[in-house]
Write a protein that binds this ligand. Structure first.
Ligand code: SF4
Ligand code: SF4
Length: 255
């Protein structure tokens, strides 16, 4: 699926300017369902060419190659089970909340972002019963983590860390494929700001049976089947607007 290791805003922004994303979202919003459990066409699976390339790549561990053969099919089943766990009434209620958050344009961004966090948590309950993700599973704390300037301020307030000014021109999604440069908030293998973690982390939900495909293989990007939480991500971009977006490491350098 989006199986790519491109978190949050970057998942939307990769290849698309933020303004364009907002245009698309605002245009489509009235019809935009909160279909967070539906992998979008073209994202929900990796291509045959991708698989063939990886199957022949000697850098890819054999057990990963075996998993890649079945991961896509398994992901569809996992997604289906998660969706079945969510009653329609709950889905409608969450859609209404999403619309309200996006529509509250005159309210402070901080409160709207917190409301999105709560929505991600509520939405994640059905997913959590099927996904392998859990607190303390931290492979995804070693890849790029895109946050907005407003989120960075929220994290600074909660953690007591000083947020570094990042110029508007800095936007960069970090492609990280090793364990050498973890998120600065990872402490002894656990998130030290779990209750205040950014939306990127709340929407990084694997639709695989375990974290095998999340394990980083140096220099090789392994596709991971993630649940599709695009509506939440799009709402996030709509709320944060023209914020600076950068990697969490840029806002909070370790030194
Ligand atoms: S996305 Fe992967 S690494 Fe991150 S918590 Fe889920 S299973 Fe673990
Ligand atoms: S904020 Fe927490 S959950 Fe997110 S990448 Fe950093 S350590 Fe991991």
């Amino acid at each position: 699926m989006a199986g790519r290791r491109i978190p949050l805003a970057a998942a939307i922004v990769a290849g698309l300017a933020i303004d364009k994303v907002k245009d698309i979202f605002v245009t489509d919003y009235p019809q935009c369902p909160l279909e967070v459990c539906e992998p979008p066409a073209g994202e929900g699976s990796y291509s045959d060419q991708d698989f063939e390339r990886l199957a022949l790549d000697p850098r890819v561990p054999a057990r990963v190659r075996v998993r890649l053969k079945v991961a896509n099919e398994q992901a569809q089943e996992i997604v289906g089970r998660a969706r079945a766990r969510m009653p329609e009434s709950e889905q409608r209620e969450q859609e209404a909340r999403l619309r309200a958050i996006v529509g509250a344009r005159t309210s402070p961004k901080e409160g709207r972002i917190r409301a999105l966090y709560q929505l991600a948590e509520d939405r994640g309950r059905a997913i959590a019963m099927e996904a392998p993700c859990k607190r303390g599973c931290a492979h995804c704390c070693h890849i790029g983590v895109t946050v907005s300037e407003t989120e960075a301020r929220l994290i600074a307030k909660a953690s007591g860390r000083r947020v570094t000014h990042v110029p508007m021109t800095t936007f960069s999604h970090r492609q990280i494929l090793d364990y050498e440069n973890p998120c600065p908030f990872l402490r002894a293998g656990e998130c030290s700001i779990y209750e205040n973690r950014p939306l990127a982390c709340r929407t990084q939900c694997s639709a695989d049976v375990d974290s095998l495909l999340c394990e980083l293989v140096p220099e090789v990007e392994i596709p991971v089947p993630y649940f599709d939480l695009t509506p939440l991500k799009a709402a996030f971009v709509a709320v944060c607007g023209n914020d600076v977006y950068a990697d969490i490491r840029d806002f909070f350098p370790t030194l």
